[in-house]
Write a protein that binds this ligand. Structure first.
Ligand SMILES: Nc1ncnc2c1ncn2[C@@H]1O[C@H](COP(=O)(O)OP(=O)(O)OP(=O)(O)O)[C@@H](O)[C@H]1O
Ligand SMILES: [Mg+2]
Length: 631
């Protein structure tokens, strides 16, 4: 069986990666590959970088986040440039707790998981390999074995700086098991795994009365005190708290700001001096990334409390806002649906897009610029090119509100509404109208929406609905044209031939009869009128198009009907105008004749074959568009 074979392969690969040797042998390894001794933060940074970086203009896009985080390129760039990169270079930020702050369901946990899973994988690679003192519950860095007074020399020889001191347990083991010969201490390669509690930990607070600090820093193992004689013998201690287990990797601190203070104090010295106290022992050095997450309200009340000042100064807050791009939001829903139990339901094309439009509208803040309404802003943010706006304008818009993306509707709400509608109505297919209706109905019971916001949101529902109406009409009209692309190209070629003749004051030749003809003024005007080119402006318009064509030719680019925005619009409108009556009558008739029935079947087939509908959603669409056209 395939899967069993894979499991076996995997095991064999793991087996091959294993390494065990003495500390002396490990030092040999380090001579060739000094990067093996990198700090936890540096490993995280290198992992992120190793997935690839795209650079354009002055922005960097880190591909590491691509697979799971959509639309947050800028936030991720900030996170890497302002935290991971400087932390990797041992700058001070490394000592701070990374606090991700963002609205509910904005992807914070997803981000943390991505880092965890990434580290697990990376520790299996050559560059991300991690070595530890064998048998140490904290996977201690073998270099801690080097005594303090020799570290300067070591650094000169190896170029590696050592931080942290040997833990009480290993200090004792070196004496008892190795007779003080550190060069004989066994070192092994370790592989991060949250399940096996190696290098990845998660601490989540529970009831403060019953929760014990042991969860964080380990505890005395009373059953062994008799054996070792004393509570302060490190062998009688279980170094199995999350902070211990996450050493060398990362620890996620869930709900940190809700946590009881006594837990937080432990983090103070850890973040500042890189060590923490456990039981009755000397301080234990730890090298790990600590990530916590919170929402804005919780964070505000945390910093408002003076008592938290010390801790606050040891955190670095990084925003994880909502995505603000419609097309990325659509991808988020697609991903969430794939992972849910409604993945088999047919979702009509544009459904998720329209839902995403609504969601993004609720997240946007109004611009101060009079020429930019929310819809325009939504389009510009999504990368659409709108006449009169440049990239610089978009950058400016983004700078207007620093807290944009920190409020609005969350993706989980949308998915929950979609699934509950499907389940309640036992639907096998769902369309944009169903979803908008369901989003609207749910607003009343959404816990965190104020009445004022509700009013705004209702407006956004109707805006999204209007957008959908346009999309729906276009879709049906396109399906009515026998072959839309082909017809558009033919019509444009025809138009351009006439324009060329007109501008050059030349004649056209009839391809069939060879007869000379004057440019077809009626045809040209019928197209130009679609986009409001007046009789007076027609000459300039035609000349401009010819100039564009020759500019394209000079650059060796092909001019097609997509190359001129307004011309494309005119051609499309002309095609649709010619069809309007047919579409209107065919889609709205209750008793179609044979001819109409044939057309309807053809259109449904096109929608199904080429546009991703099924026959029921295609028929629904036709009916809806029929009613729109007859309004
Ligand atoms: N920008 C995004 N890219 C990809 N998926 C996202 C994004 N934002 C939210 N999601 C999806 O939304 C869901 C909720 O996200 P997640 O649990 O990571 O949010 P959170 O910020 O941890 O929320 P909470 O505050 O409720 O803990 C997940 O399924 C996640 O995949
Ligand atoms: Mg979460």
């Amino acid at each position: 069986m395939d899967i069993l074979k894979k499991i076996q392969d995997h095991r064999e690969q793991e087996e091959e990666l294993k390494w065990e040797g003495t500390f002396a042998e490990y030092l040999e390894l380090l001579k060739e590959r000094p990067y093996l001794a990198q700090s936890a933060h540096s490993r995280v940074y290198n992992m992120i970088k190793s997935a690839g970086v795209d650079e354009d203009h002055d922005h960097k896009r880190y591909k590491f986040f691509d697979q799971d985080i959509y639309g947050l390129d800028e936030a991720m760039e900030k996170l890497v440039e302002e935290y991971f990169h400087p932390a990797a270079r041992r700058l001070d930020v490394r000592k701070r707790i990374l606090l991700l702050m963002g609205p509910v369901s904005g992807g914070k946990s997803t981000l943390v998981n991505l880092l965890k899973r990434g580290l697990e994988k990376y520790s299996h690679t050559e560059e991300g390999a991690v070595f530890a003192i064998k048998g140490c519950p904290m996977h201690e860095d073998p270099l801690h074995l080097i005594p303090q007074h020799l570290r300067k020399e070591f650094q000169e020889e190896y170029g590696i700086r050592i931080e942290g001191s040997l833990s009480p347990l290993n200090t004792m083991r070196v004496e008892t098991e190795y007779g003080g010969r550190i060069e004989d201490v066994l070192v092994e390669r370790i592989f991060f795994s949250e399940d096996k509690r190696t290098g990845i930990g998660t601490f989540s607070p529970s009831d403060p009365k019953s929760q014990d600090i042991a969860d964080l820093t380990g505890s005395i193992d009373f059953s062994t005190i008799a054996q070792y004689g004393s509570e302060s013998d490190p062998r009688a201690y279980r170094f199995d708290g999350e902070l211990n287990k996450a050493n060398r990797g990362m620890m996620e601190f869930q709900e940190m700001l809700k946590c009881d203070e006594k837990f937080l104090w432990h983090l103070l010295s850890l973040t500042q001096e890189g060590n923490f106290k456990a039981g009755r022992f000397a301080l234990i050095s730890a090298d790990e990334l600590i990530v916590a997450h919170t929402n804005e309200a919780e964070y505000r009340s945390f910093i408002a409390n003076k008592k938290n000042e010390a801790l606050h100064s040891r955190m670095i807050v990084m925003p994880v806002p909502y995505n603000l791009k419609v097309s990325q939001e659509e991808r988020i829903y697609e991903k969430m649906i794939r992972e849910s139990d409604i993945r088999d339901v047919h979702i009509a094309p544009h459904t998720l897009r329209v839902a995403a439009m609504f969601t993004i509208l609720t997240r946007l803040k109004e611009s101060k610029k009079a020429s930019v309404d929310v819809l325009k802003k939504m389009r510009l943010y999504d990368g659409e090119i709108l006449e009169g706006f440049s990239d610089v304008d978009v950058e400016e818009l983004k700078k207007e509100h620093s807290d944009e993306g920190m409020s609005g509707i969350d993706p989980r709400y949308v998915i929950n509404r979609i699934s509950s509608t499907i389940i309640k109505k036992e639907l096998t297919s769902i369309n944009a109208l169903d979803v908008l209706r369901s989003l609207k109905d749910g607003l009343g019971s959404h816990a965190s929406i104020s009445n004022e916001d509700k009013e705004r949101y209702l407006d956004f529902i109707s805006l999204a609905r209007k957008e959908y109406d346009e999309i729906a009409k276009k879709e049906v009209q396109k399906a009515f044209v026998y072959s839309y692309e082909e017809s558009a190209v033919t019509l444009m070629d025809n138009y351009l031939d006439n324009v060329e003749a007109y501008c050059n004051k030349a004649k056209l030749r009839d391809p069939l009869t060879g007869e000379e003809l004057n440019p077809d003024e009626r045809l040209m005007r019928s197209i130009e009128e679609q986009i409001g080119v007046s009789e007076n402006a027609k000459k300039a318009f035609r000349e401009e198009i010819l100039i564009r064509i020759s500019a394209y030719a000079r650059k060796g680019k092909k001019f097609d009907y997509q190359s001129h925005e307004r011309l494309r619009e005119a051609i499309q409108k002309k095609l649709f105008a010619d069809l309007k009556d047919v579409v209107k009558i065919t889609t709205s008739t209750k008793t179609p004749d044979e001819q109409q029935l044939k057309k309807i079947n053809e259109v449904v087939a096109t929608l199904v074959d080429e546009h991703g509908y099924n026959s029921s959603s295609a028929n629904e669409l036709l009916k809806y568009v029929g009613s729109l056209l007859n309004r």
